[in-house]
Design a protein around this ligand. Structure first.
Ligand code: UDP
Ligand code: MG
Length: 138
């Protein structure tokens, strides 16, 4: 699955109406949409998704934020997808993100940073399976 990654347009970007512009950015970046859905995470599911951060001081805020409204989850395909998508979205903190990246363009803060991108091929697979069944993919 090295040619696939997983993304979420987070509740802040969805609520501000940035979803269309972000999807446009992703497609223009050369990614193909393999699966896509509008959904919402419960607090429990948000905690499960970010389980690796459970001990971090920002975990509670992160779970509150990620369950605060609708998100768009998607599986994306492109050669070198994981690394190229992390480049396209920019640094976790939008203040440190490169110009033209999705987080620089659409994110307001380190916590509410508009978009998620998997950090490894293994996590791309785990995170894709968290949201999608195989029959939902093209
Ligand atoms: N986050 C936060 N405070 C921090 C670090 C991260 O609120 O100090 C949030 C932020 O929404 C980030 C998510 O937790 O996107 C996951 O953190 P990670 O370090 O994995 O960043 P990412 O992989 O999303 O760039
Ligand atoms: Mg991460």
């Amino acid at each position: 699955m090295s040619n696939r990654t997983f993304t979420m347009i987070k509740p802040d970007a969805f609520a501000k109406g940035h979803s269309g512009a972000i999807i446009d950015h992703i497609l223009k970046g050369g990614f193909r949409i393999v699966a896509l859905k509008l959904t919402r995470l419960s607090r429990e599911k948000a905690g499960e998704f970010y389980d690796i951060h459970r001990a971090r001081p920002f975990f509670g805020e992160l779970v509150d934020f990620m369950s605060s409204g609708p998100i768009i989850a998607a599986i994306l395909e492109k050669e070198n997808a994981v690394a190229d998508f992390r480049k396209l979205i920019g640094a976790t903190d939008p203040a440190k993100a490169d110009p033209g990246t999705i987080r620089k363009l659409f994110a307001a803060s380190l916590g509410e940073n508009a978009i998620h991108g998997s950090d490894s091929d293994e996590n791309a697979r785990i995170e894709s399976d968290f949201f999608f069944n195989s029959f939902e993919r093209y």
